[in-house]
Design a protein. Structure first.
Lengths: 113, 117
């Protein structure tokens, strides 16, 4: 039962433009939502997260938006850079008392020069 | 951030043998460690949760007798794939907590690529 879903397996964007990655979830008990970046044969690297009490969190070029009523979050990367090309995973957890992560299927981002 | 290290990064073994993968938290005490596996172009699937000094909790469908997890200290957890078969070939990744309370972040190791011939 996939509780976190990323329905777009891939995204291609021109350098300098905005990348928008989407994620949906089904478990209303999730308290933290995270985005990880991953290269092949490496562990995931944390990018940014948002707690369920917020609707937006920004860190440099990365912004995550949370719409709890729709059980939807998105990651915006602007401007996109060639080094952003990687697989991006959306993940969610129950928070401090239940912090195991459930991952989406991932979205492969390719930034074209 | 905190550092989690896995060893070995790559291992090739013959079918029927056992392989041990280590996961260490280098600069913090990890009361809980998680083991994930990832097949090519797929998501990270949680296999089990291990708490220091107690038995691991396995996710549905994961054979506990095949994937032995030991978490004997606050800095080390091991995953042993017993009687490995080619279908066990995968990328195994560990993560450790406690989580960063400000971000919910778990810290991940570099992963271990297992190939069973």
């Amino acid at each position: 039962d996939q509780q976190v879903k990323q329905n777009s397996p891939s995204l291609s964007v021109q350098e300098g433009r905005i990348s928008i990655l989407n994620c949906d979830y089904t478990n209303s008990m999730f308290d933290y939502f995270l985005w990880y970046k991953k290269y092949p044969a490496e562990g995931p690297t944390f990018l940014i997260s948002i707690s369920s009490i917020k609707d937006k969190n920004e860190d440099g070029r990365f912004t995550v938006f949370l719409n709890k009523s729709a059980k939807h979050l998105s990651l915006h990367i602007v401007p996109s850079q060639p080094g952003d090309s990687a697989v991006y995973f959306c993940a969610a957890s129950g928070g401090i008392n239940d912090y195991k992560l459930s991952f989406g299927a991932g979205t492969t981002v390719t930034v074209r020069a | 951030g905190a550092v989690v290290s896995q060893h070995p990064s790559r291992v090739i073994c013959k079918s029927g043998t056992s392989v041990k993968i280590e996961c260490r938290s280098l600069d913090f005490q990890a009361t809980t460690m998680f083991w994930y596996r990832q097949f090519p172009k797929q998501s990270l699937m949680l296999m089990a949760t291990s708490n220091e000094g107690s038995k691991a909790t396995y996710e549905q469908g994961v054979e506990k007798d095949k994937f032995l997890i030991n978490h004997a200290s606050l800095t080390l957890s091991t995953l042993t794939v017993t009687s490995a078969h080619p279908e066990d070939s995968s990328f195994y990744i560990c993560s450790a907590g406690p989580v960063n309370p400000n971000t919910g972040e778990l810290f991940f190791g570099e992963g271990s690529r297992l190939t069973v011939l």
